[in-house]
Design a protein around this ligand. Structure first.
Ligand code: IPM
Ligand code: MG
Length: 372
């Protein structure tokens, strides 16, 4: 298959983790005789530094022409700490999501057996957790009207949704539930918000088209507790933009590191693949950023194009790396100096030699290598 992939590494650790995802995709292309081409563009603080805007037209055009987009991370503390900043890196990502109409953000949360002890949560609660969060990505309070009064003492952000916006992602989430454990949980704040009541009404109406799916509802405050105290109850979670942002980051605690959570942002005509983590700027260029979320996002890219064997091989490589503790320090690995690129090298090598035994891997990558 030929795939033209736009790569937007972004800020902070974005470039480092994205480089590993590209490395892995190149290994897959070689192993399976695909032709993947990679074209790079600027976004975020790095684009502001160069062009004065967070999403230059060249980057937008690159993404529009591409079959898929691989995105790194966005943001810079100097903007976070400056409430007066008129231009912000995040505007680049939000504009891209909106322009490409990437309305469904899919965030799988899977507890790895080998990492159960990395989570601060008790093993018995998190073992076998497998949740898929469907977060609406182009509406709600992120994109509603924003106002600041002239004297700067009043501000508002409107949270607005239409039936159309809710229906299109709800269909995706119901279908996902059908192919999983047939359970869908809508998370909202319908006891307070009109927009949430619309979500409940519309999703309830659609439920009759999916009689095999059990639909239930949780208020976001309750869900925030239950995702930690009883995560096994969840199969597919459907929620609006802001609640999805928060609940998915919270759910990363189950997995043991936010550096493991991948996502796919899908629209009718475009698709982007992005780790859910931020820019972790204090780790920039130190080689300690976990590239697995970016690599698993690349696996989601492969799935998106029906390259299931390829995606499985990437995931097997990730599993193997976790099993052998070939991981960055966020996972408290038993080795203390495995870098971002060494994790990528290991998975690349696994893709090139999937038939190697465990023992050989340990010998090749631990015994003889200079990395330890
Ligand atoms: C995410 C991020 C973004 C969001 C930021 C960087 C705009 O937190 O993808 O979860 O809020 O959507
Ligand atoms: Mg977030």
């Amino acid at each position: 298959m030929k795939l033209n992939i736009a790569v937007l590494p972004g800020d902070g650790i974005g470039p480092e983790v994205t480089a590993e995802a590209v490395k892995v995709l190149k290994a897959i292309a070689m192993e399976f005789n695909h032709v993947f081409t990679f074209d790079y563009g600027l976004i975020g603080a790095s684009a502001i530094d160069k062009d004065g805007i967070p999403l230059p037209d060249t980057s937008l055009e690159l993404c529009k022409k591409a079959d898929a987009i691989l995105f790194g991370a966005i943001g810079e503390p100097k903007y976070d700490n400056d409430p007066y900043a008129k231009i912000r890196p995040e505007q680049g990502l939000l504009k891209l999501r909106k322009e490409l109409d990437l309305f469904t953000n899919i965030r799988p949360v899977i507890a790895y057996e080998d990492l159960l002890n990395n989570s601060p949560l008790k093993r018995k609660y998190i073992k076998d957790v497998n949740i898929c969060i469907y977060r609406e990505l182009t509406g709600g309070i992120y994109f509603g009207d924003k106002k600041v009064s002239e004297d700067g003492n009043n501000a508002s952000d409107i949270c607005e949704y239409s039936r159309f916006e809710i229906e299109r992602i709800a269909h995706m989430a119901f279908k996902a539930a059908q192919s999983r454990k047939q359970k869908l949980t809508l998370i909202d704040k319908a006891n307070v918000l009109e927009s949430s009541r619309l979500w409940r009404k519309v999703v309830k109406e659609l439920a009759s088209q999916y009689p095999d799916v059990t639909l239930d509802f949780l208020f976001i405050d309750n869900a925030a507790m239950q995702v930690i105290t009883n995560p096994k109850q969840f199969d597919v979670i459907l929620t609006e933009n802001m609640f999805g942002d928060i609940i998915s980051e919270e759910a990363s605690v189950i997995v043991g590191s936010i550096g493991l959570l991948a996502s796919a942002s899908i629209g009718d005509t475009h698709a982007m693949f992005e780790p859910i983590h931020g820019t972790y700027t204090t780790a920039r260029n130190k080689g300690i950023a976990n590239p697995i979320a970016a690599i698993l996002s690349a696996a989601m890219l492969l799935d998106h194009f029906g390259l299931y064997d390829e995606a499985s091989l990437v995931r097997e490589g990730v599993d193997k790396a976790l099993k052998l503790h070939i991981t960055t320090p966020d996972l408290n690995t038993k080795y203390d100096n495995i870098s971002t690129s060494k994790v990528g090298d290991f998975i690349e090598d696994f893709i090139n030699n999937p038939d190697e035994t465990n023992l050989n891997f340990t010998n090749i990558h631990l015994g003889q290598s200079t990395i330890i």
